[in-house]
Design a protein around this ligand. Sequence first.
Ligand SMILES: NC(=O)c1ccc[n+]([C@@H]2O[C@H](COP(=O)([O-])OP(=O)(O)OC[C@H]3O[C@@H](n4cnc5c(N)ncnc54)[C@H](O)[C@@H]3O)[C@@H](O)[C@H]2O)c1
Length: 386
Amino acid sequence: MVEALGVAVVGFGWMGRVHTQAYARLPHHYPRLPLRPRLVTVAEEVPGRAEEAAAQFGFARAVRDWREVAADPRVQAVSITAPNFLHREIGVAMAEAGKHIWIEKPVGLSADDARAVADAVAKAGVQGTVGFNYRNAPAVETARELIASGEIGAVTHVRIRLFSDYAAHPDGALTWRYERERGGSGVLGDLASHGADLARFLLGDITSLTADTAVFVPERARPTGATAGHALASGGEPGPVENEDYVNCLLRFASGARGVLEACRVSVGEQNNYGFEVHGTKGAVFWDFRRMNELAVSRGTTYQNQPVSTVYAGPGDGEFGAFQPGAANAMGYDDLKVIEAYRFLRSIAEGTPYGATLADAVHSAAVLDATARSAESGAWVNVAVS
Ligand SMILES: NC(=O)c1ccc[n+]([C@@H]2O[C@H](COP(=O)([O-])OP(=O)(O)OC[C@H]3O[C@@H](n4cnc5c(N)ncnc54)[C@H](O)[C@@H]3O)[C@@H](O)[C@H]2O)c1
């Protein structure tokens, strides 16, 4: 039997829209899921934005104040897609009100914030899913299995890159993302949080690191109106960029493997160039988000001049079969969010977590905290999870 699950979305910018679309698509891709989302409330502080979202997507209510969502017994699950500085307050309040939460990364401004939300979720006995969508790519799940099975030998080193140009334009508006108080870190929370999660998903815990950060576009124009996503602005008062555009990190893993994590939000000529190269004693596996249904794999016993083959993800890989019938049919970014929504609802239905949890968010945030400390001191720093 299929039961309705009342859901709400708090913050209707880019991610609010993507979460909502994912809820709507769930019955198409996962018809056997015993829960079916019912869009109850959208909460958004920009005047008119919630009403527009309700009209377009069919939420029963549009509100300005997210506290109304916390108090509403018709809402059982909440997407928290507001800016980072609100994650802790909203996440804790929703969990305390008994709502399951699907919360965007990085889950607050610090590892402390992520821990507070994780603790509230554990105490309330609700489910908590986190927006580390890249680990949902079927090819990435297969890469993880391939590494775990020893097919590339013992992992020696990894390079993880997240390069983008979303902040490269000098007229990119000075939104919450560039402020310490509302955004926290810069490219660390925005992109490196995904990289830290991917690194751990593939290779296990990171124990220590050393890092360097830089700001390359030190000033931007303040927006003259409401913004969503990576809006351009001109004519506004100039203001300082308060957090880093770039980070470069050397990693040591508990396994003994070594790694490099590099991320930049102002890389002209780079559009969503996210990926990894994992090397082992017998082989290697490469993944690039822009061709996210492919893996390049080198395996065998020849070591030198060993060929690299392209392997297309297909129905045997992760959740691929819920989207396409055969290998090499492309999936896209939004599909990764449908997978995340599926795992969120499955966690609720079965009372056991599937996919990225708040514990994963705490680990990722602990790596970011260590990165910031190392960038300041120049020293190697241990990653402190608890
Ligand atoms: N997983 C991913 O790939 C991914 C991608 C982009 C963003 N994110 C994360 O998602 C979150 C949102 O990012 P975005 O790109 O959608 O930002 P955005 O600026 O497009 O949207 C945020 C929305 O929240 C609204 N908001 C602000 N204060 C609010 C309040 N008090 N109550 C209700 N709504 C409020 C804003 O008006 C805006 O509409 C961030 O934490 C970001 O790190 C994740």
